[in-house]
Design a binder for this molecule. Sequence first.
Ligand SMILES: *Cc1c(COP(=O)(O)O)cnc(C)c1O
Length: 305
Amino acid sequence: MSALAAVLLAELSSGDHVLLAEELYGKTHQLFVSEGARWGLSADFVDPHSRDSLETSRQESTRMLVVETISNPMLRVADIAELASWCDSHGIVLVVDHTIASPTSFRPLEAGGSYVVESLTKFANGHSDVVLGMVCGGGDGESRVDAVIRTWGLVSSPFDCWLAERGAQTLDVRSERACGTALEIARRLEADRRVTHVRYPGLASHPDYSTAAKQFADRHGSLVACSLLGGRDAVDRFVGHVPFCPSLGESTTTVSHPLSTSHRTLGQEACRRLGIEPGTIRLSIGCEPLEEAWEMIERGLSSSG
Ligand SMILES: *Cc1c(COP(=O)(O)O)cnc(C)c1O
Protein backbone atom coordinates (compact mmCIF):
# COMPACT_ATOMS: atom_id res chain seq x y z
CA MET A 1 0.00 0.00 0.00
CA SER A 2 2.91 2.40 0.59
CA ALA A 3 4.00 1.81 -3.03
CA LEU A 4 0.57 2.99 -4.19
CA ALA A 5 0.63 5.86 -1.70
CA ALA A 6 4.03 6.92 -3.07
CA VAL A 7 2.65 7.06 -6.62
CA LEU A 8 -0.39 9.02 -5.44
CA LEU A 9 1.77 11.53 -3.55
CA ALA A 10 4.26 11.87 -6.39
CA GLU A 11 1.81 12.31 -9.25
CA LEU A 12 -1.39 13.87 -7.94
CA SER A 13 -2.33 17.27 -6.57
CA SER A 14 -5.46 18.76 -5.10
CA GLY A 15 -8.17 19.07 -7.77
CA ASP A 16 -7.01 16.06 -9.77
CA HIS A 17 -9.44 13.36 -10.85
CA VAL A 18 -8.65 9.63 -10.83
CA LEU A 19 -10.28 6.73 -12.64
CA LEU A 20 -10.35 3.44 -10.73
CA ALA A 21 -11.13 -0.01 -12.12
CA GLU A 22 -14.36 -1.15 -10.48
CA GLU A 23 -12.99 -4.39 -9.09
CA LEU A 24 -10.04 -3.06 -7.12
CA TYR A 25 -8.29 -4.20 -3.94
CA GLY A 26 -10.31 -2.77 -1.03
CA LYS A 27 -7.51 -0.72 0.52
CA THR A 28 -6.60 0.78 -2.88
CA HIS A 29 -10.21 1.87 -3.21
CA GLN A 30 -10.02 3.42 0.28
CA LEU A 31 -6.69 5.13 -0.45
CA PHE A 32 -7.92 6.91 -3.58
CA VAL A 33 -11.53 7.50 -2.49
CA SER A 34 -11.69 8.19 1.27
CA GLU A 35 -8.10 9.23 1.91
CA GLY A 36 -7.81 10.96 -1.48
CA ALA A 37 -10.89 13.09 -0.80
CA ARG A 38 -9.15 14.62 2.23
CA TRP A 39 -6.39 15.81 -0.11
CA GLY A 40 -8.80 17.26 -2.66
CA LEU A 41 -8.82 14.34 -5.10
CA SER A 42 -11.95 13.00 -6.74
CA ALA A 43 -12.40 9.53 -8.18
CA ASP A 44 -14.81 7.58 -10.37
CA PHE A 45 -15.13 3.90 -11.05
CA VAL A 46 -14.83 2.61 -14.59
CA ASP A 47 -15.13 -0.70 -16.37
CA PRO A 48 -11.60 -1.07 -17.78
CA HIS A 49 -12.95 -3.47 -20.44
CA SER A 50 -15.18 -0.82 -21.95
CA ARG A 51 -13.85 2.12 -23.96
CA ASP A 52 -17.28 3.78 -23.52
CA SER A 53 -17.02 3.58 -19.78
CA LEU A 54 -13.55 5.16 -19.86
CA GLU A 55 -14.61 7.95 -22.23
CA THR A 56 -17.80 8.72 -20.29
CA SER A 57 -15.98 9.05 -16.97
CA ARG A 58 -12.96 10.99 -18.22
CA GLN A 59 -12.82 14.65 -17.19
CA GLU A 60 -10.51 17.54 -18.11
CA SER A 61 -8.83 17.04 -14.72
CA THR A 62 -8.35 13.25 -15.05
CA ARG A 63 -4.71 12.55 -14.28
CA MET A 64 -4.54 8.85 -13.47
CA LEU A 65 -6.07 5.43 -14.17
CA VAL A 66 -5.51 2.65 -11.64
CA VAL A 67 -6.10 -0.97 -12.72
CA GLU A 68 -5.05 -4.46 -11.67
CA THR A 69 -3.65 -6.74 -14.37
CA ILE A 70 -5.71 -9.57 -12.87
CA SER A 71 -8.44 -8.66 -10.39
CA ASN A 72 -9.30 -10.55 -7.24
CA PRO A 73 -11.36 -12.68 -6.74
CA MET A 74 -13.15 -12.74 -10.14
CA LEU A 75 -9.83 -12.71 -11.99
CA ARG A 76 -10.82 -10.28 -14.74
CA VAL A 77 -7.84 -9.52 -17.00
CA ALA A 78 -7.19 -5.93 -18.09
CA ASP A 79 -5.70 -5.31 -21.54
CA ILE A 80 -2.74 -3.20 -20.45
CA ALA A 81 -1.49 -2.28 -23.96
CA GLU A 82 -4.98 -1.05 -24.92
CA LEU A 83 -5.36 0.95 -21.72
CA ALA A 84 -1.84 2.37 -22.08
CA SER A 85 -2.54 3.66 -25.56
CA TRP A 86 -5.83 5.24 -24.43
CA CYS A 87 -4.10 6.85 -21.41
CA ASP A 88 -1.26 8.05 -23.61
CA SER A 89 -3.62 9.83 -25.98
CA HIS A 90 -5.17 11.73 -23.06
CA GLY A 91 -2.05 12.44 -21.00
CA ILE A 92 -3.23 10.10 -18.22
CA VAL A 93 -0.78 8.22 -15.97
CA LEU A 94 -1.50 4.46 -16.03
CA VAL A 95 -0.81 2.73 -12.70
CA VAL A 96 -0.89 -1.08 -12.85
CA ASP A 97 -1.18 -3.18 -9.70
CA HIS A 98 0.49 -6.37 -10.88
CA THR A 99 0.25 -8.33 -7.61
CA ILE A 100 -2.06 -11.10 -8.83
CA ALA A 101 -0.44 -11.66 -12.23
CA SER A 102 2.93 -13.29 -12.60
CA PRO A 103 5.71 -10.79 -13.38
CA THR A 104 7.56 -13.73 -14.95
CA SER A 105 4.89 -13.90 -17.65
CA PHE A 106 4.09 -10.29 -18.45
CA ARG A 107 5.68 -6.89 -17.75
CA PRO A 108 3.20 -4.00 -17.82
CA LEU A 109 5.89 -1.30 -18.25
CA GLU A 110 6.88 -2.88 -21.57
CA ALA A 111 3.23 -2.67 -22.66
CA GLY A 112 3.18 1.07 -21.97
CA GLY A 113 2.18 1.33 -18.28
CA SER A 114 3.54 4.38 -16.44
CA TYR A 115 4.00 2.66 -13.07
CA VAL A 116 3.83 -0.92 -11.86
CA VAL A 117 3.18 -1.57 -8.20
CA GLU A 118 3.23 -4.95 -6.61
CA SER A 119 2.67 -6.33 -3.13
CA LEU A 120 5.78 -8.43 -2.53
CA THR A 121 3.92 -9.71 0.54
CA LYS A 122 2.22 -12.11 -1.87
CA PHE A 123 3.82 -14.21 -4.65
CA ALA A 124 6.97 -12.21 -5.27
CA ASN A 125 8.45 -12.98 -1.87
CA GLY A 126 6.24 -16.02 -1.65
CA HIS A 127 6.95 -17.25 1.87
CA SER A 128 4.52 -15.11 3.89
CA ASP A 129 7.27 -13.63 6.04
CA VAL A 130 7.40 -10.01 4.86
CA VAL A 131 4.97 -7.15 4.35
CA LEU A 132 6.56 -5.18 1.55
CA GLY A 133 5.77 -3.41 -1.69
CA MET A 134 7.51 -2.41 -4.89
CA VAL A 135 7.05 0.43 -7.34
CA CYS A 136 8.69 0.59 -10.79
CA GLY A 137 8.48 3.13 -13.58
CA GLY A 138 8.00 6.87 -13.54
CA GLY A 139 10.30 7.53 -16.47
CA ASP A 140 14.07 7.71 -16.75
CA GLY A 141 16.34 8.96 -14.02
CA GLU A 142 15.40 9.92 -10.49
CA SER A 143 11.63 10.15 -10.32
CA ARG A 144 9.45 12.14 -7.95
CA VAL A 145 8.62 8.79 -6.35
CA ASP A 146 12.17 8.47 -4.95
CA ALA A 147 11.90 11.86 -3.28
CA VAL A 148 8.42 11.06 -1.92
CA ILE A 149 9.57 7.73 -0.47
CA ARG A 150 12.44 9.37 1.37
CA THR A 151 10.64 12.49 2.58
CA TRP A 152 7.39 10.78 3.63
CA GLY A 153 9.32 7.97 5.32
CA LEU A 154 7.92 5.14 3.21
CA VAL A 155 11.33 3.43 3.23
CA SER A 156 11.35 -0.35 3.76
CA SER A 157 13.13 -2.31 6.45
CA PRO A 158 16.50 -3.66 5.19
CA PHE A 159 15.82 -7.09 6.69
CA ASP A 160 12.47 -7.37 4.86
CA CYS A 161 14.20 -6.33 1.63
CA TRP A 162 16.81 -9.03 2.17
CA LEU A 163 14.12 -11.65 2.72
CA ALA A 164 12.21 -10.48 -0.36
CA GLU A 165 15.34 -10.59 -2.53
CA ARG A 166 15.94 -14.12 -1.38
CA GLY A 167 12.32 -15.05 -2.07
CA ALA A 168 12.45 -13.45 -5.51
CA GLN A 169 15.36 -15.70 -6.52
CA THR A 170 12.90 -18.60 -6.77
CA LEU A 171 9.99 -16.60 -8.19
CA ASP A 172 10.42 -18.01 -11.68
CA VAL A 173 10.38 -21.67 -10.62
CA ARG A 174 7.61 -21.12 -8.07
CA SER A 175 5.53 -19.30 -10.63
CA GLU A 176 6.06 -21.96 -13.29
CA ARG A 177 4.95 -24.68 -10.89
CA ALA A 178 2.04 -22.82 -9.31
CA CYS A 179 0.61 -21.49 -12.62
CA GLY A 180 0.86 -24.95 -14.20
CA THR A 181 -0.88 -26.59 -11.24
CA ALA A 182 -3.52 -23.84 -11.16
CA LEU A 183 -4.42 -24.46 -14.81
CA GLU A 184 -4.82 -28.19 -14.25
CA ILE A 185 -6.85 -27.71 -11.07
CA ALA A 186 -9.08 -25.18 -12.87
CA ARG A 187 -9.69 -27.79 -15.62
CA ARG A 188 -10.56 -30.46 -13.06
CA LEU A 189 -12.90 -28.11 -11.19
CA GLU A 190 -14.63 -27.14 -14.43
CA ALA A 191 -15.39 -30.82 -15.03
CA ASP A 192 -16.58 -31.35 -11.44
CA ARG A 193 -20.31 -31.37 -10.69
CA ARG A 194 -19.82 -30.17 -7.10
CA VAL A 195 -18.75 -26.68 -8.27
CA THR A 196 -20.03 -24.00 -10.67
CA HIS A 197 -18.67 -20.77 -12.15
CA VAL A 198 -15.01 -21.75 -12.32
CA ARG A 199 -12.90 -18.68 -13.06
CA TYR A 200 -9.35 -18.98 -14.35
CA PRO A 201 -7.88 -16.76 -17.09
CA GLY A 202 -6.30 -19.80 -18.77
CA LEU A 203 -9.69 -21.47 -19.39
CA ALA A 204 -11.51 -20.82 -22.67
CA SER A 205 -14.68 -20.19 -20.61
CA HIS A 206 -13.14 -17.11 -18.97
CA PRO A 207 -14.64 -13.78 -20.16
CA ASP A 208 -11.14 -12.36 -20.84
CA TYR A 209 -9.58 -15.51 -22.24
CA SER A 210 -8.49 -13.85 -25.49
CA THR A 211 -6.86 -10.92 -23.66
CA ALA A 212 -5.11 -13.37 -21.34
CA ALA A 213 -3.93 -15.50 -24.28
CA LYS A 214 -2.54 -12.44 -26.08
CA GLN A 215 -0.99 -10.81 -23.03
CA PHE A 216 0.48 -13.60 -20.96
CA ALA A 217 3.01 -16.20 -21.98
CA ASP A 218 1.98 -19.64 -20.72
CA ARG A 219 1.33 -18.41 -17.15
CA HIS A 220 -2.10 -17.15 -16.14
CA GLY A 221 -1.49 -16.75 -12.43
CA SER A 222 -2.04 -19.09 -9.54
CA LEU A 223 -5.46 -17.99 -8.30
CA VAL A 224 -8.57 -19.99 -9.17
CA ALA A 225 -12.09 -19.00 -8.12
CA CYS A 226 -15.23 -21.13 -8.13
CA SER A 227 -18.59 -21.50 -6.40
CA LEU A 228 -19.42 -24.50 -4.24
CA LEU A 229 -22.86 -25.88 -5.06
CA GLY A 230 -23.77 -26.15 -1.39
CA GLY A 231 -23.31 -22.38 -0.84
CA ARG A 232 -22.03 -20.90 2.40
CA ASP A 233 -22.49 -24.13 4.44
CA ALA A 234 -20.37 -26.01 1.94
CA VAL A 235 -17.64 -23.36 2.29
CA ASP A 236 -17.55 -23.90 6.06
CA ARG A 237 -17.02 -27.64 5.48
CA PHE A 238 -14.48 -27.11 2.65
CA VAL A 239 -12.20 -24.89 4.74
CA GLY A 240 -11.71 -27.68 7.24
CA HIS A 241 -9.57 -29.41 4.60
CA VAL A 242 -7.63 -26.62 2.88
CA PRO A 243 -5.73 -24.05 4.98
CA PHE A 244 -7.81 -20.89 5.25
CA CYS A 245 -5.96 -17.66 4.46
CA PRO A 246 -7.46 -14.32 3.42
CA SER A 247 -4.08 -13.33 1.92
CA LEU A 248 -2.58 -15.14 -1.11
CA GLY A 249 0.61 -16.19 -2.82
CA GLU A 250 1.97 -18.52 -0.14
CA SER A 251 4.18 -21.44 -1.12
CA THR A 252 1.35 -23.83 -0.15
CA THR A 253 -2.23 -23.96 -1.42
CA THR A 254 -4.72 -21.92 0.60
CA VAL A 255 -8.38 -20.98 0.32
CA SER A 256 -10.22 -17.75 1.02
CA HIS A 257 -13.89 -16.81 1.24
CA PRO A 258 -14.06 -13.28 -0.27
CA LEU A 259 -17.59 -12.47 0.93
CA SER A 260 -16.65 -12.80 4.61
CA THR A 261 -13.04 -11.57 4.43
CA SER A 262 -11.45 -9.39 1.71
CA HIS A 263 -14.76 -8.12 0.30
CA ARG A 264 -16.96 -8.01 3.42
CA THR A 265 -16.99 -4.19 3.55
CA LEU A 266 -18.46 -4.07 0.02
CA GLY A 267 -21.71 -5.66 1.20
CA GLN A 268 -23.65 -8.57 -0.27
CA GLU A 269 -25.34 -6.59 -3.06
CA ALA A 270 -22.15 -5.08 -4.53
CA CYS A 271 -20.50 -8.49 -4.23
CA ARG A 272 -23.35 -10.13 -6.11
CA ARG A 273 -22.93 -7.62 -8.96
CA LEU A 274 -19.25 -8.58 -9.21
CA GLY A 275 -20.20 -12.27 -9.25
CA ILE A 276 -19.11 -13.02 -5.67
CA GLU A 277 -21.66 -15.41 -4.16
CA PRO A 278 -21.94 -16.88 -0.65
CA GLY A 279 -20.50 -20.11 -2.08
CA THR A 280 -17.59 -18.45 -3.90
CA ILE A 281 -14.15 -19.57 -2.78
CA ARG A 282 -10.81 -18.36 -4.08
CA LEU A 283 -7.92 -20.79 -4.12
CA SER A 284 -4.33 -19.61 -4.11
CA ILE A 285 -2.41 -22.52 -5.58
CA GLY A 286 1.00 -23.23 -4.07
CA CYS A 287 4.08 -25.13 -5.12
CA GLU A 288 3.21 -28.60 -3.82
CA PRO A 289 3.07 -31.39 -6.41
CA LEU A 290 -0.21 -31.23 -8.34
CA GLU A 291 -1.66 -34.41 -6.85
CA GLU A 292 -0.89 -33.27 -3.32
CA ALA A 293 -2.78 -30.02 -3.87
CA TRP A 294 -5.63 -31.81 -5.63
CA GLU A 295 -5.99 -34.40 -2.87
CA MET A 296 -6.58 -31.60 -0.37
CA ILE A 297 -9.13 -29.88 -2.64
CA GLU A 298 -10.81 -33.20 -3.40
CA ARG A 299 -11.22 -33.87 0.36
CA GLY A 300 -12.74 -30.40 0.72
CA LEU A 301 -15.15 -31.02 -2.17
CA SER A 302 -16.17 -34.42 -0.82
CA SER A 303 -17.09 -32.91 2.52
CA SER A 304 -18.86 -29.93 0.90
CA GLY A 305 -21.69 -31.97 -0.64
C1 LIG B 1 -2.40 -7.48 -0.87
C2 LIG B 1 -2.59 -6.55 -1.97
C3 LIG B 1 -2.19 -5.21 -1.88
C4 LIG B 1 -1.59 -4.62 -0.60
O1 LIG B 1 -0.43 -5.24 -0.26
P1 LIG B 1 0.28 -5.05 1.18
O2 LIG B 1 1.55 -5.78 0.98
O3 LIG B 1 -0.62 -5.72 2.18
O4 LIG B 1 0.41 -3.61 1.43
C5 LIG B 1 -2.40 -4.38 -2.96
N1 LIG B 1 -2.97 -4.84 -4.10
C6 LIG B 1 -3.36 -6.12 -4.24
C7 LIG B 1 -3.96 -6.56 -5.53
C8 LIG B 1 -3.18 -7.02 -3.19
O5 LIG B 1 -3.59 -8.30 -3.34
